[in-house]
Design a binder for this molecule. Sequence first.
Ligand SMILES: Cc1cc2nc3c(=O)[nH]c(=O)nc-3n(C[C@H](O)[C@H](O)[C@H](O)COP(=O)(O)OP(=O)(O)OC[C@H]3O[C@@H](n4cnc5c(N)ncnc54)[C@H](O)[C@@H]3O)c2cc1C
Length: 455
Amino acid sequence: MARPITARPRIVVIGAGFAGLHTLRRLERRVPRGAAEIVLVAPNDYMLYSPLLPQVASGLLTPQSLAISLNRVLRRTRMVPGTAVGVDTEARVVVIEKINGEFTHERYDRLVLAPGSLTRAFDIPGLRDHAFGNKNLAEAVVLRDHVLAQLELANASHDPVEREERCRFIVVGGGYSGAETAAALERLTRDMARRYPELRPLISWHLVDVAPHILPELGVKLGDEALDLLRRMGIEVKLGVSVKEVTENRVTLTDGRVLPCRTLIWTAGTTPSPLMGTLGGEVDRGRLVVGADMAAPGLPGVFALGDAAAVPDLSREDGRYCPPTAQYAQRQGAVAADNVISSLLGRPLHEFHHKDLGLVVDLSGKEALARPLGYELTGLPALGVTRAYHLMAVPSAPSRARVLANWAIDTLLGGEVSRLGFHHGKPSAFVDIEQDHYLAADAVKKEAARLTRSD
Ligand SMILES: Cc1cc2nc3c(=O)[nH]c(=O)nc-3n(C[C@H](O)[C@H](O)[C@H](O)COP(=O)(O)OP(=O)(O)OC[C@H]3O[C@@H](n4cnc5c(N)ncnc54)[C@H](O)[C@@H]3O)c2cc1C
């Protein structure tokens, strides 16, 4: 039975990334105290500022710098530490697996879905077992430890084949995540090679993409500039090819080349949270299709936004959806919050309208590229814009200060090159770290009925 709309409606938000956190902050500002209950379901007590993850992988930033404490930035949201594993949209109940493995539930009057995306795994033999990701803090720290360990182990080995395998690193995906991760980690291994001069000629970095260009979002001219920059850094960029097979110590490319290698970093795309496909609404390549007001047709009281939602991009005439970027997710948050409030008050909803502000790409050291508002920048002006953009976008003053302090320490004193001990005996492939499980529709209904029996 649906929860009757009471004098104090309950708004449940799933996920506290860019979209979820900005929705919650706006709700806290605009909903008068006591007028509605605001609930967050999220597995972590922080919001991750993911665009700077490559700098955590390289050790330029400490992991804490990018973990924006929800307890600091949210004042009156009730937090449920767990993962939403299903939604009974008829009964208006979210089924939640708490971080201790127990199940619980939340009834809702309005539901805001913002669970983001996962690294997209293709059906490539060996990929699930051996590929590293860089989409969350755990993956960034594991990746950094793994890369540092490869050089230490290569240095300790007397076997030339093992030394070669450990000194070759392959990044798949020529988008901003892949290009920035390759550049940041190449710089880390270059710094590290000062300690192991005999490994220097062996260390090689490869960036592989099936497309004919890298960083298509930058446009052809800046994209070519990025390609040039990466090649000048010594990164071998291979375009028009992908990966055919991965084993523990070799990667076979689709053009037949076999590269002895123990590190494959997979950044070739994301896939929306599988939760979106379990709700019974229309999905487009895994994203829940919503209107420009972010309300989900056929699912009363449900709104969706961010990487997990297909929100029409009204600034374009080609009928495309908004791109899955932080820039859009955070701005959608404010409009979604306003629409949740309007829907409770019976007022008309607003449509989300945003024109892309451009992209910034930090290629490590002094190298960056930026395309703010269509202006093409390279070199120091691009680096200035890139760093200023991130500082403004990090949504808390303590985290901004940590990022700034880390950058200053790196400039004045150099980078940190020690491992944290996340290398042996722990899950390291991205599928192990990011895996999530969701309940099928029947199981959600059964679980929701069981959990709500005592309400
Ligand atoms: C390395 C990297 C670099 C990037 N660089 C840029 C950039 O320069 N500019 C840009 O605009 N974008 C960039 N992006 C993309 C940007 O990070 C995403 O578009 C943005 O995070 C999407 O916001 P979101 O809120 O939809 O999802 P997220 O920020 O991913 O947040 C989703 C949240 O939901 C939680 N969650 C997931 N499932 C559940 C569940 N079932 N129940 C409860 N909680 C759940 C997750 O733990 C997470 O906290 C980058 C991404 C990466 C990985």
